[in-house]
Design a protein around this ligand. Structure first.
Ligand SMILES: Cc1cc2nc3c(=O)[nH]c(=O)nc-3n(C[C@H](O)[C@H](O)[C@H](O)COP(=O)(O)O)c2cc1C
Length: 193
């Protein structure tokens, strides 16, 4: 068995509009702060907006139309940004994407532990995000994510979203992902499900 929290996390499309307390939101970003990074460069940045504030509508606009449908219910929209060129000697940081994902992952599991759901999205207009969110040079847009509680009243959603939520979640078997010693040499572990 693996840790329960890993199984509890899922990319829901049934968000409740219920707001998230500032103190909880703060602890999610605090969790992200403590992620490891190459040379401790901490290349991640987060831009967020709260449903109804002056920034939220323009952040929703950056999403593709399919994502907008469900993500607009979530009380918080988050954008992750990676500093891909360091301030020191203008060097490329090839680990910036990796480290930003590590920080995002910390945030996700802190959120999951607090009964929240986070749904990442690559489906957004990068140029629009850069311009709308004022992302400076040396930084790259990575993902958007919707953040909030899962609705306890799914009947108010379209059948398409309800069906999508009910779809079985699948993963590749471990022997396709794990090798022993050399790429391609199966390790012989068996997936649990
Ligand atoms: C980098 C990245 C981009 C994604 N982009 C989208 C997206 O644009 N729209 C969407 O509905 N889900 C998106 N997802 C969510 C995946 O579809 C989801 O994580 C995957 O189906 C596994 O489901 P689970 O997260 O519930 O385990 C994205 C996930 C990641 C990590």
């Amino acid at each position: 068995m693996i840790n329960e929290i890993l199984l509890k996390r899922r990319s829901t499309v049934l968000f409740d509009t219920k707001s998230i307390e500032d103190a909880i939101l703060e602890s999610l970003f605090e969790a992200a702060r403590w992620a490891p990074s190459s040379r401790n460069t901490q290349p991640w940045r987060f831009v967020y907006s709260v449903r109804g504030d002056e920034f939220h509508a323009s952040m929703i606009e950056c999403l593709n139309s399919a994502n907008r449908i469900w993500a607009s219910h979530a009380p918080v929209l988050l954008h992750t940004v990676a500093q891909v060129v360091s301030d020191y000697k203008d060097q490329e940081n090839i680990y910036a994407w990796h480290d930003t994902a590590m920080a995002y992952s910390n945030l996700v599991y802190e959120a999951t532990d607090r009964g929240l759901y986070v749904h990442p999205m690559g489906g957004f207009d990068r140029d629009m995000a850069r311009s709308v969110l004022h992302i400076p040079e040396r930084y790259e847009p990575v993902i958007f994510a919707a953040l909030g509680y899962k609705s306890e009243n799914p009947s108010k959603f379209s059948t398409e979203l309800i069906d999508r939520e009910a779809r079985q979640r699948v993963r590749k078997p471990i022997n396709e992902l794990l090798f022993y010693g050399r790429f391609g040499t199966e390790a012989g572990f068996k997936s649990k499900q």
